[in-house]
Design a protein around this ligand. Sequence first.
Ligand code: ZN
Length: 429
Amino acid sequence: MLEAESLAAGAKIHALMRELFPICRSISGDGVRRTFELVSRHVPLELTEVPTGTEVLDWAVPREWNIREAWIADPSGRRIVDFQDSNLHVLNYSAPIRARLPLDELREHLFVHQTHEDWIPYRTSYYTENWGFCLSRRQLDALPDGEYEVCIDSSLEDGSLTYAEAIVPGELEDEVLVTTYSCHPSLANDNVSGIAFLAILGEQLAQRRLRYTYRLLLSPGSIGPIMWLARNEDRVGLVHGGLVASCLGDPGPMTYKRSRRGDAEIDRAVALVLRDEEGARVRDFVPLGGDERQFCSPGFDLPVGALSRTPADEFPGYHSSGDDLELVRPEHLADSFRVYLEVIDVLERNGRWLNTNPKGEPQLGKRGLYRSVGGGSSEEAALLWVLNLSDGEHDLLAIAQRSGISFGEIAAAASKLREHGLLAATSAA
Ligand code: ZN
């Protein structure tokens, strides 16, 4: 069932990605708002606008950026680079400019990809004011000498930065946080995939009965989590566990980066699910990478890890026009979706129980539990493991870990034993 649900989700995520991909996003501006509008067709969003100049922790909210057009015309007047063709052509967050200048001077404002001559690189200039264009090395090398005309019709003005949250309520006030960044323009895996993924995840979670409350956060990289943390400092203790979702559609294996704590329930849950995924990798926390840097800064130290396929800077095409909708396939999105649902299932069903008959094994046969269910020996093994380790110390996750049996089988055995009064709740459950 998870398989079919995930395949449908993969197709939906890819369809939404095709809508989101052409939009020019940045850390702020109307491209971000348009993006949230499309996401909100799948899951209702609460938007927060934080005005330019607002101090957030050690940072201040920068000016809002918007862009209408940008192009370079060669000496014959032909437009050789045009923002209409690809929004990667303009240095993201570029200041406005309208000028005529010789090629030598123009070159100082042109950026090319380091290694691949056909890719347009993705470059930003958020915290130092600059203007510029990005183009392929092949295109740059073909430019004739002469006078060029450049136009960047953008604005950098007081406005606001926008972030969006979707809250899917569960029985508990405690929250599972799933976050992604919303600041990248036409880049598919990093990270239109994360935005579309959260939209469809929210849509699906809203149809379930949940124990935890799920908070989905979409915000510009770094400054977004910083704003959110600054504004929610008094309630971050409710975050039971979280995942930074990114790069979810490439063909690489799943990769998990543990939270700074390393052994939080979310870390153990993801590690257990990935135990059974071919080629999957689990890595320790390092203070480099994506938004987990903010959630895992020492003053917060939240149990938030990062779950992706190939991490951002490790796949070919990263931060360039090579990261397109061909790289990201519905079947890989579906596979990532299934893994996320499995992790959520572990969090939802995990708990600690007490064996009510710990002296000797309880007689399963007379309760119809032994060899009663098609003779599956792993099912019997799951019953025995749960009975043996339900001492109030081990949770179901630890039992699945230690027994080598899947979490689903361990959880099913636990419900069966509960039905027969062989397990009781602990206060810590
Ligand atoms: Zn990136």
